[in-house]
Design a protein around this ligand. Structure first.
Ligand code: TYD
Ligand code: MG
Length: 493
């Protein structure tokens, strides 16, 4: 039988009949990926082979372009307003840019156990209850397992109405999709599906790419909105979903720590909306629950002990108050620890350097731990001041002075406090939650306690309660645990 696949080097493009660990042409390692040969070349072979049920036009997505038409001026290109299907989950709709777009592909990535299947089950349940045709393809779990999960959900009646197909064979799945023509379909997960024409194992780069391409093609022609679920390990190491990012319209990342209830949904790419938005969920007994009053919760939970600072952050277009906590403890290591969660490690290094140079708070001999409470991840410049104040407050063992306070602002390398976006929305959110005093960069507007530099902010934040001695210096060294040392440091032992 004629060969239907070829191994292509992703570095130099050379084609090999067999897989090699090292490309014989360019010498690169691990670059050969199995691909299907263009359908025209194997059409004869396929006609002789088994009749491919539901098989579509082949490898790559084909656009529905009018073949005769030449280039068209952009102004003359017709554009109909996007139709969107509400998923019934407000936070998800917002991240998607208003709902699922028919014929679009959404890749939902996240580490195992984070709640991808739960979320997609809920989405299809809502859509099915709203009278849409849906299909849940489970390659990972049996139909019984999917049912058991659906029974746990708060909207169980809706979720149980969703048709499920437990199947891993790509041709079978495409045939069912073509026959059922669902308006929304979930493939859980793309790494478990297998295209019989490729010899690679499910989840290999070649398989994942082929599976996604064939599903994309069918989805676009029949207008099905598809959510492809994909696993990513903590460091994003698994090749699978990464190779799909260019192919799909929208990439969503579901994040959070398994041991903690909060989950964050972010758009990394979105052809139909902004990538700034993030949705916050909580995993509960009855499934995922949207957290709409996140600021209120985080402010109520904030300890306000030394090392605790409330940050008025922006999550996309939405203001969010979060608690940033720091712990500074004498280190026994040559290279003291810098442990950070919810923030960029390099950003912490930068803030520590600025604190040392412009705030006279040296942490070079101490372990520094910084945590954004609730598993929230911050990647906006406005968090610098909160990190600096939290570390300063922890290092000196004094809580933030004044009535309940919040802060925001970016630190410049010369110790200046820089203006950040949406100050009015941050201030409004803080005042709404009873934080009357907000330390903010100059020009932030009415209601802010403005500070031009880091040292201004430190004076405002740590104020009269600021102690001149560093408690850490007198704290005992030796075999004590970090927590104990820190505890003593906090009490000024
Ligand atoms: P799941 O959606 O299966 O994760 P993924 O598909 O990303 O691997 O759900 C993961 C966890 O969520 C699982 O450990 C159980 C928990 N869970 C709840 O706490 N409450 C619920 O109602 C459901 C359905 C799951
Ligand atoms: Mg799952």
């Amino acid at each position: 039988m004629a060969r239907t696949t070829v191994h292509v080097c992703s570095g130099c493009g050379a084609q090999e009949a067999k897989w090699h660990g090292r490309c014989p042409t360019c010498g690169a390692w691990n670059t050969l990926v199995e691909e299907r040969i263009a359908p025209a070349a194997v059409a004869g072979a396929r006609a002789r082979g088994a009749p491919g049920r539901g098989r579509t036009r082949g490898g790559r997505p084909v656009s529905a372009r009018d073949p005769g038409a030449g280039p068209v001026r952009l102004a003359e290109v017709g554009s109909a307003p996007l139709q969107r299907m509400s998923t019934g989950i407000g936070e998800l709709d917002r991240v998607l840019g208003g709902g699922l777009v028919p014929g679009s592909l959404v890749l939902l990535g996240g580490s195992p156990g984070i709640g991808k299947s739960t979320l997609t089950n809920m989405v299809l349940g809502h859509l099915q209850a709203a009278g849409r045709r849906t299909l849940y393809v489970s390659g990972e779990e049996s139909a019984e397992q999917v049912r058991l999960r659906a029974e746990r959900l708060a909207g169980a009646e809706a979720a149980l109405g969703v048709p499920v197909l437990a199947e891993t064979d790509l041709d079978e799945i495409l045939a069912v999709l073509a026959a059922e023509r669902p308006e929304a379909c979930v493939i859980d997960s793309v790494q478990t599906l297998r295209c019989g024409e490729l010899s690679g194992a499910p989840g290999s780069v070649g398989q994942v790419r082929e599976v996604a391409a064939r599903i994309t093609e069918l989805a676009k022609t029949q207008g099905t909105a598809v959510i492809l679920v994909g696993h990513v390990t903590k460091d994003g190491a698994l090749a699978g979903p990464r190779v799909l990012e260019h192919l799909v319209d929208c990439v969503l990342q579901f994040e959070g720590e398994r041991e903690r209830p909060y989950r964050e949904l972010r758009a990394l790419k979105n052809r139909f909306g902004s990538t700034n938005e993030a949705g916050l969920f909580e995993m509960r007994q009855g499934g995922l629950v949207e957290v709409v009053d996140a600021s209120a919760r985080f402010v109520a939970e904030a300890t306000r002990a030394p090392g605790s600072v409330v940050l008025a952050a922006m999550e996309g277009s939405r203001p969010l108050l979060v608690e940033v906590q720091a712990l500074v403890a004498p280190s026994e290591l040559e290279q003291p620890r810098r442990v950070v969660s919810g923030l960029d490690r390099n950003r912490l290094a930068l803030v520590l350097a600025i604190l040392s140079r412009h705030g006279r708070i040296a942490t070079g001999r101490a372990d520094v731990f910084v945590n954004v409470v609730g598993g929230v991840r911050l990647d906006e410049p406005g968090c610098d001041l909160a990190v600096a104040l939290a570390v300063a407050s922890a290092s000196r063992g004094v809580p933030l002075a004044g009535s309940p306070r919040a802060c925001f602002g970016e630190l410049g390398l010369t110790g200046e406090l820089r203006w950040v976006g949406h100050p009015e929305r941050r201030l409004e959110e803080a005042s709404k939650h009873g934080l009357g005093e907000v330390i903010a960069p100059a020009g932030s507007g009415e209601g802010a306690i403005e500070a031009a530099t880091l040292s201004d902010a430190l004076r405002l934040g740590l104020g009269a309660g600021e102690r001149s001695e560093r408690p850490a210096r007198g704290a005992p060294r030796g075999r004590q645990t970090v927590a104990l040392v820190a505890d003593r440091a906090a009490r000024g032992a």
